[in-house]
Write a protein that binds this ligand. Sequence first.
Ligand code: ADP
Ligand code: MG
Length: 365
Amino acid sequence: MTVAVTIDQVGKTFGKGAPALADVSLDVKPSELVALLGPSGSGKTTLLRIVAGLEEPSHGRVLFDGHDALSVPVRRRGIGFVFQNYALFRHMTVAENVAFGLRSRPRAERPSEAEIRTRVADLLDLVQLGSFGGRFPAQLSGGQRQRVALARALAIEPKVLLLDEPFGALDALVRKELRKWLRELHDRTGHTTLFVTHDQEEALELADRVVVMGKGRIEQVGTPDDVYDKPATAAVFGFMGESSRIEVEVKGGLALAGATAIAAATQAVPDGPGLLYVRPHDVSLGLPGTPGLEGEVRGFRRHGAIRRVEVSVGGALFEADIAPTVRVPIGEKVAVRLDRARLFAGSTGVDCRPPPPMQPGDYAI
Ligand code: ADP
Ligand code: MG
């Protein structure tokens, strides 16, 4: 039982402030796993609560398989919900927690006790906690508790699964494990799933499609590749992984930092002020005199498997990733090449390549 979810121009304003959600529209396909990604306060939880029926929208529609869901009471909407700090019932065992949704159904809809036990056992197997049914929540790790919370959400055979930062309170290694585990679980069970996170790595790794939100609006919807490689707005680029942001002047398709052309747009862009975004792994450094811009090393630090170097070019500062075996003293002159960058000068971003070599007197302002 899996459904399509249509969110149609949904808005929500609390009190007199700016809207928490402004005309958000989104189509989620049956069995799709969609991540809602955005900074804190961008409206992710509000949107999820509206789909769940825990919050009324100020306007707009929510449809499940084309049928109005907003007029359906929460209990009958068929939602499985997991929150960041899902308080399991502390006085109930794991098995009782998972059975809770079924046992609290009206008698006519309640499965038999034997059926409930079988279903709970199956669900605990599914979340790999088969032998933990008799334990109490306090006897579990954080990751195990969230798996119980998920089993509890799945127990009612939901049409839609809503997960609001379910791994947010867990440490990084456990998060990574659960991410992979959830993806595999989803591939087996196929529930239409909305997954909220502010962690771009989590969204990219987990989701079929990523919805990037900012200030109550959808900035971009796309596959993980789309949103990472072709961010539509400067806000999305800044949010998707690490990047340097440089204020530039655009002239004839070239991005100028001071008097230096540092990147060339691959499509037409209007002249005027612009923002150039570049990721550290798209910046190459070479010996002085090799192709590239004249730059100077300003600093460096170890960053996981690589060394991250800060360089300045024409007054602009970039970060570049290099092999950790390479030594780059501060003050060293280097040739800097922005192999890829993205320029935001008009309404949407365009890709950039390295500019043609400069001639003396070029672009001087
Ligand atoms: P996110 O989950 O992306 O962090 P939220 O949906 O929780 O964002 O919040 C979006 C905006 O709505 C925030 O500015 C928040 O302060 C506001 N907001 C959320 N819930 C309420 C509420 N019950 N009353 C008033 N303002 C709220
Ligand atoms: Mg939230």
